[in-house]
Design a protein around this ligand. Structure first.
Ligand SMILES: Nc1ncnc2c1ncn2[C@@H]1O[C@H](COP(=O)(O)OP(=O)(O)O)[C@@H](O)[C@H]1O
Ligand SMILES: [Mg+2]
Length: 227
């Protein structure tokens, strides 16, 4: 039997008294790209935060290589090979593009294939090389998103979690960013792309591979990936 790279098992997440997830089963294998799609408030970000250790969940609810890691500190998840591009990017304002990227290298996982370097990120997003000395806050939204993705890649992830990376960007920029995903997945990195709505058209790939079901389990994604 194949062991998923990462899986969740009946994952339940709460913010204080408010329960946001009611038993999510999800899995992704090495090199797979999964689109996680759902309405606003469905719990997509909550699922990513639970995987990343930003919300506390029981150990067995999140498994990496079949081993329980739920509730681990985020820095341990990074060291284990999971990185997140958070909603809203959360770049270090006042710091240059290059410094925002370098920061990630201090807490990286052991590379699992060809290591990500700052130069390799510049090869993926050439505009960032031109802007390397520029403070991130003066970049366009799309360029900032590229920095956020590059920063996560420099954590050397085996699993990259991308939260709403196309939000508010022009279609041309969205296309450019999505076109980078196959080369990220190429050497075995798994990628979760979270977005509201079904429009994965720019990827030229099948949309809606995960479905929200409103029932006893308000949000229960069911399998699927595109190659
Ligand atoms: N920090 C928080 N405190 C309390 N409730 C929250 C918090 N963040 C999200 N929620 C609630 O959890 C549910 C899921 O939110 P979220 O995961 O952000 O959804 P999505 O990313 O799919 O839009 C929503 O009902 C939202 O209001
Ligand atoms: Mg969200």
């Amino acid at each position: 039997m194949r062991t998923a790279l990462l899986s969740t098992h009946g994952l339940v997440a709460r913010y204080g008294d408010f329960q946001a997830l009611y038993g999510v089963d999800f899995e992704i294998g090495a090199g797979e790209v999964v689109a996680l799609i759902g309405a606003n408030g469905a719990g997509k970000s909550t699922l990513l935060k639970s995987i990343m250790g930003l919300l506390r969940v029981a150990p067995d609810m999140v498994q990496l290589d079949g081993r329980p890691v739920g509730g681990s500190q985020p820095y341990r998840m990074v060291a284990a090979g999971v990185a997140i591009v958070p909603e809203g990017r959360r770049l270090f304002s006042g710091m240059s593009v290059a410094d925002n990227l370098r920061v990630a290298m201090d807490h990286a996982a052991t590379p699992h294939g060809e290591a990500w370097t700052v130069d390799r990120v510049y090869a993926l997003f050439p505009i960032l090389k031109e802007k390397q000395a520029v403070p991130v806050q003066s970049l366009s939204g799309g360029q900032q998103q590229m920095v956020a993705i590059g920063r996560a890649l420099l954590n050397q992830p085996r699993l990259l979690l991308c939260d709403e990376i196309s939000l508010g960007l022009a279609p041309k920029v969205v296309r450019e960013i999505y076109q980078s995903i196959p080369s990220i997945a190429e050497n075995g990195t798994a990628v979760v792309v979270v977005r509201t709505g079904r429009g994965l058209g720019p990827l030229g790939l099948q949309p809606a591979l995960l479905h929200a079901r409103r029932s006893r389990h308000p949000y229960r994604p069911v399998g699927g990936y595109f190659p």
